[in-house]
Structures are given as C-alpha cells and as structure tokens.
Write a protein that binds this ligand. Sequence first.
Ligand SMILES: [Zn+2]
Length: 411
Amino acid sequence: MAIQTYIKDNQPALCALLQTLVKIPTVNPPGDNYAEIVGLLEAKCQALGMQTQVVPVPTDYANEFISNAENHPRLNLIARWDIGAEKTVHFNGHYDVVPVAGDWRVPPFGGEIHDEWLYGRGADDMKDSIAALLFAIQALQETGATPKFNVECSFTCDEETGGDLGAGYIVKQGLVNADYVVNCEGGGGMNIGNGHNGVLWLDIAVKGKAAHGSQPHKGINAFEKTAELVAALQRLKRDLASPTRAFTLADGSKRHPTLNIGGTFRGTEGDKINTVPAHVTFSIDRRITPTETLRFAELELRDTLSTACEYYEELNTDTQTLLQIEPCLTDEKSMFAQAFAKVVQAVRFNKPQFKPTTGFTDLHFFVNSGLQGIGYGPRGEGGHAIDERVHIPDLVRTATIYATFMSRAEF
Ligand SMILES: [Zn+2]
C-alpha cells in the first residue's frame, strides 16, 4: 500500500519527469539528441543507486543500417539494480520518437498538461513508460521496499526504425542478463501484450520495355505485367484468409496473416500517356502472426513471385527487402505472464486479458533470444499522429503496476 500511496502523492514529480523527457526532441529519423537524453537518464538512474552502462554502437556497425552514424551517434543505456536475487527481470523502453507532422494544438515538445492529459511527441510512445518505470523504482526505494528480483533496465534507441541499433544491438552483444522481460509498451489497460505480429516489407520493381504508345506491341507494358503479378498475390491473399491459417487468441477470436499490396505505388518520371510504361514499383506489407515465422512468410511470398514470373511471359521483377521483424509469443499460461496479470488485476480491480499486438515492438529481440516476455505500458492517444498525449491517471496506475510487480510478484 505504501508504494501506491507514494506514487499517488508524488504524481506531480512523475509528470515533471515525463515533461523533462518530452522536451528533448529525440526525433528518429534522423536520431537527434540521443546523447542528451542518455546523459539525463543515466544521471537519473545513478541518483537511484543503479549501476549504469552506456553502450555506444560503433559507427562502422551503425553505418550498415543507417547513413548518418557519424553525425548521429547511436547510444543505449543499461541500468541495473542488483539485489543478489536468483532471477532478473529486464525492463525496456525506447527513447526515440517519430518526427512531427501536421497541425498540433500544443507545442509538440512542450510537455503541456491540460485537464488529465500530458501532451507531446513521445508522451505516449513511449517516454511515458520510461517515466513510469523510473518512478516505480524510486517508489520502491523511497518506501524501503526490496524488489523480488534483480531489476535490469535498458533505454534504447531506434525502435521507430526497426530497433537493430537499439534493443537488437544490446541483445546481440549479450548485454541482457535476465530471465524475463517487460517491454514497457505493446499492451496496456486491460490488455497484456504477450507477443506481437511480425512484419515483412518488400518493394517489388516490375521491369518492362518502353515504346511509343501508338505501337504498344513493340514494348513490354510494366503496368500490365504488374496487374498479372498482383492477381497472383491476390490468390496468396485468399489463402492467408483461409481458416487453417488463423492464429487463435486467448479469447477464442482469430487473427489471420495479412497482405497489403501497393501501399506505395510509383512509375517513373518519364511516364506519359503515349508511352508504354517501362517501370513500376509497388510495396508489399505482409503481417506475420505470432505462430508463423518470418522465414516461412518470406519463402512463401518469394515463391509466389517466382511462380508468377515463370507462368506469365515477360514478367520480370526485382525484389528489395525493406523491413523484417520476427513475430514473438509468450505463453499466457506461464508463471511469469500469470504473475504480471495478477498484479494488473490487483491494481485495476479487473481481470486483464492476453493479446499479442498487431503492431510490432522491440519485444521480439528479447523473446526470440530465449526470455519470456510481455508488453505493457500506459495508455495514451495520438502516437505517431498529432496531439499525442498520455492520460495521467493511467500513467500513475502503470507506474503502480510496475512497482507492485517488482515488490510483490512471485513466479
Ligand atoms: Zn514505441
């Protein structure tokens, strides 16, 4: 109870911490002000008595993923509260935010509070989680409570661009020394995210041959070839919608793999009404259910593309992979997941449900390296959109859930 009271009584300090984080525009791309926020977070963790380790990503390595690593160094922070317990739980939050666009009612990096909401880019995705997590640790310490496990935290960059230089990097380097992970987003309220869908983004270039529009038989029409290819992809799309391909959620509902064709679609500069189009490029967004694998989804898609190229004459394609994210899943019946659910129920007076999210987070890096993990964070609105904001009462409840979990959970 003391922990709950501490967090409730110190709500202004929790909001002030979040405001400080929101006011540092860690916009990605390109990856602005990373050193500043990592410095601030490190000082905060040290003030909480945690052992800290700043993990810079070597420029050469970073340049394999991005083009501006010299001017925009990639940094991650790990902080540990080691109490000598047998088990360790890792808590992760990404500190980068997506760029600002559109007409905001408030300054995007102002951290203004109106009614029960705190506004700003990152206020929901996911600096609110970072503030709630740090405040949970502070609440334990200020009330003299000891966690039931060693607490290991990471504050990582680049989630918004795939996470390879953030959570992906620290996992790959073996810097995560934990048994379980709470990814502080990808769930919230009455939903615990025990996994998420994976993603495969491809760009397909269809190559034809230009000719004068008055003599189309002399060319190869890339637009018409694209139509043939799209017909083949639509057959795959129908397969994905069949009952055998569904993933069944804890509540019995079904989720299918999906295929979005042509989210981006373009010709070339030289396209004209009287020219046979020689080049068409379009995108494919394949969402992978938690029980599929990225490898399987990619093989299936590439097989569809190559079969179509064999079947249709003069259909030539060139495929580029833009993004690959593995799906992940943690058994909702595991002791760890159940222990977290019990705490959510105690704080919210209602039984939560398990639901892997359709969007992806950094959770897969941890879970696919062998940790059991769930996603859970405060509830807000407008992430990746205008007037992003977090509901302060939910920020408080989530900090309480983290703190209660640390101090009481048994698994
Ligand atoms: Zn996020």
